[in-house]
Design a protein around this ligand. Structure first.
Ligand SMILES: [Zn+2]
Length: 370
């Protein structure tokens, strides 16, 4: 059995494995229970739900479509089947029993709305030989393009609203009102979204995609981890350069067995911090391309997990001997030197200290010196 043991983890404690910080959360427990129960298989309704979730329509419309798909719309037929005593007939046309398919698609008044909106040809094709409302719904959506799907959804909402207006307020909406209400909903909602979006447009923070030299008199250490399933190892590569971009030193290490990506990246950072601390190069900037670890390192959150213990060791080094240092996130393209070294580390039998440029990064070092 291979259980990774970390030097950073010194005390035994109870840790909730399903959350990265090691603390219990209802969210993760619920997710696990749902997975364990195979809930998706037994209770899920098959269909292209993503078409609905990604549609540019108001959330209340999505919610209604979801309820229709789950066949929980409180139509009169549904209410009767649940023991609620109420008339069965459709209040809009006074003809036929009111179930979801009738209200939305087979009621003569609804058909007139679909015709006015120019969607009836597609809908009648989609209705075909389906067994239930969910099949009808997804079969119709299949015949519509994206714009038509969105119009379809809001019109479904408006047709259901007419039914409710009649049942609860005794108000009779004309077919034209139903179609116009649907169109108005979609246009007003979209313009509101546009206003919100333009209010939120901020300058995107420039993401560093090229390696840059450290400021005058400082060093820069790039670090990365590489995961080799074949060798069951995590390779760690680190490279130190001066303010002219000149190679100072590099080191490769590896750990086994293979561990989670975040743990591997955090251990890589810890080793790099220790390496630089050992060389007493106190003015060093550290860079890595794992945003999660950089964010977790700087966050104020407490971590109970193994990851937390490793990050705590990193923080302690930064708060004692490396107070002049910082750890920053950079894009993968700007971390190529460390990435190559980490990849090479898993195939090397022992750990290596390089005082001349290793061949695998020679060209990159020269290019990045310019
Ligand atoms: Zn009807």
């Amino acid at each position: 059995m291979q259980t990774p043991l970390y030097v950073s983890v010194r005390d035994d404690k109870l840790v909730w494995k399903l959350e990265q910080d090691g603390f219990y959360s209802v969210r993760s427990a619920y997710k696990q229970c749902v997975n364990d129960a195979g809930y998706q298989d037994r209770h899920g309704v098959a269909g292209q739900w993503n078409n609905i979730w990604h549609a540019k329509i108001p959330p209340k419309v999505k919610n209604l479509i979801w309820r229709i798909g789950r066949d929980v719309l409180p139509t009169r037929k549904k209410l009767n089947s649940r023991g609620v005593q109420c008339p069965m007939h459709c209040v809009v046309c006074n003809d036929g029993d009111e179930d979801s398919t009738h209200v939305l698609f087979s009621c003569t008044r609804s058909i007139q709305c679909w015709q006015q909106a120019g969607l009836w040809a597609h809908i009648s094709t989609g209705l075909g030989a389906n067994n239930n409302i969910a099949e009808n719904l997804f079969s119709i959506l299949h015949w519509l393009n994206k714009d038509q799907q969105e119009l379809f959804c809001v019109l479904v909402w408006s047709i259901w609203k007419r039914r409710n207006n009649k049942v609860w307020e005794d108000v009779t909406d004309s077919d034209q009102t139903v179609v116009e209400r649907a169109k108005h909903l979609i246009t007003s909602w979209r313009s509101a979204q546009q206003i919100r979006q333009s209010a939120h447009i901020t300058q995107p923070s420039p993401q560093q995609t090229v390696w840059t030299k450290p400021r005058h008199g400082r060093y820069k250490c790039n670090v990365d981890a590489s995961f080799s399933l074949d060798r069951n190892k995590v390779g760690i590569g680190m490279c130190l350069r001066d303010d002219h971009g000149r190679f100072v030193a590099a080191r490769t290490e590896w750990i086994e067995p293979i561990v989670d990506v975040e743990i591997g990246e955090a251990i890589g950072l810890l080793y790099a911090l220790k390496w630089v601390e050992g060389m007493q190069l106190y003015d060093t900037d550290f860079e890595m391309d794992c945003k999660k670890i950089v964010d977790s390192l700087h966050s104020k959150r407490t971590y109970l997990s193994d990851l937390g213990a490793i990050l705590m060791d990193c923080r302690n080094i930064l708060a004692s001997n490396l107070v002049n240092s910082d750890v920053k996130f950079i894009r993968r393209q700007a971390n190529e030197v460390a990435h190559r070294l980490a990849g090479a580390a898993t195939s090397l039998a022992s750990f290596h200290n390089f005082i001349t440029i290793p061949s695998c990064i020679y060209n990159i070092i020269i290019i990045e010196m310019r």
